[in-house]
Design a protein around this ligand. Structure first.
Ligand code: ZN
Ligand code: ZN
Length: 345
């Protein structure tokens, strides 16, 4: 019997180069799920490839890359993983699946705080999904890649990786603007001889679709929230799970950074963080509601907040909810075997 575990490759959220306030700098959000000799990546934030190798993991045993949503703090190392990872893969390997959200299909609404209508980027393809994003990233590197392919006779990353859009179930009532997080059941997006991966829609407007994933293997299960406000869908996905890895934000920091009532741009960010993210207490409530056997928080925002402050927030959440909260550092290993004790009181 193997002992499945996750490795927190990067635990900071947000599109920032956080300047750490203590001695434990955090890389961008990325998590490895390790089952036997196979590993799977969830999100590809800043430094994901570097951390993957620092964790002692082997690209030739990479079973798949899963993107919760297409915000840059979850995808900025995706090109790196392919462009550098291609040199660590056997030439004739089976393509590694990259699974993530499809094309949004429609632009998000403009903030009511806008004084002039903003111009969208790339109006001919303003909301590309995972397959288009990966293809466009590789095309942007065609000068480099054609050196590798034509001169060094390396296989193309477009053959080494297979980027695909996850289809949202047609009957769940989803609409990117009107109903981004309908009540729904988890649905299977991937299965191999080691794991089954289920997804559910979570609440992270205006981006849509935004997924959480649950990995289930013979020995246990782990649910990873992606970015989300507190949502019943997350508790549904994490029902009786052995480990819940949930995002967490400091709303004190949001207030301090974006709280100026006279600054409409700051207030737009203030609104976004409150409707799209989760406090440590709320994450503990989700774990309690789900009956999760253990809870850890990651995607910590701000990534510069010292560890002692996060541990204080975790202690407060435990006092309020009766749920223990682990605050991992980067490169920590957390087991998700079925034998793990339930943490809820
Ligand atoms: Zn994020
Ligand atoms: Zn996000």
């Amino acid at each position: 019997m193997t002992t499945p575990y996750i490795i927190t490759l990067g635990t900071a959220g947000g599109p920032r180069w956080w300047t750490p306030a203590d001695a434990a700098p955090r890389f961008g959000i990325s998590t490895a799920v390790v089952v036997g000799d196979r590993s799977y990546l969830v999100d590809a934030g800043l430094g994901a490839g570097r951390q993957f190798t620092r964790a002692g993991l082997d690209f030739s045993q990479l079973g798949g890359i899963f993107l919760t949503h297409l915000h840059s703090d979850h995808t900025t190392d995706l090109a790196n993983l392919a462009l550098f990872g291609m040199f660590r893969l056997p030439d004739a390997s089976t393509p590694i699946p990259i699974l993530g959200p499809g094309d949004r299909g429609v632009l998000p609404p403009v903030s009511p705080r806008a004084s002039v209508a903003p111009r969208p980027v790339a109006p001919h393809l303003p909301t590309p999904g995972t397959a288009d994003m990966f293809r466009l990233l590789m095309e942007a590197y065609a000068t480099d890649l054609n050196d590798r392919v034509l001169d060094a006779l390396r296989p193309s990353p477009l053959d080494l990786f297979d980027a695909r859009d996850i289809a949202v179930p047609a009957d769940c009532g989803y609409h990117p603007n009107e109903a981004p997080t309908p009540d729904m059941a988890p649905f299977c997006v991937f299965e191999d001889d080691r794991v089954r991966v289920d997804a559910i829609l979570v609440e992270h407007p205006p981006i849509a679709p935004a997924f959480a994933f649950r990995f289930t293997c013979d020995e246990g299960s782990v649910a990873i929230s992606g970015d989300t406000a507190q949502t019943a869908n997350m508790a549904r996905l994490a029902d009786d799970v052995d480990l819940l890895l949930h995002e967490a934000i400091s709303f004190d920091w949001v207030e301090h950074t974006y709280g100026d009532p006279q600054d409409e741009t700051a207030r737009a960010s203030y609104d976004h963080h409150h409707k799209s993210h989760t406090s440590v207490v709320e994450a503990a409530e989700v774990a309690r509601d789900a009956g999760a056997r253990a809870l850890a928080v990651h995607h910590l925002v701000p990534g510069s907040l010292d560890a002692a402050s996060w541990h204080r927030a975790a202690a407060k959440a435990t006092a309020l909810t009766g749920t223990d909260v682990v605050v991992p550092d980067d490169l920590d290993r957390l087991s998700f075997t079925r034998s793990a004790a339930r943490v809820s009181a």
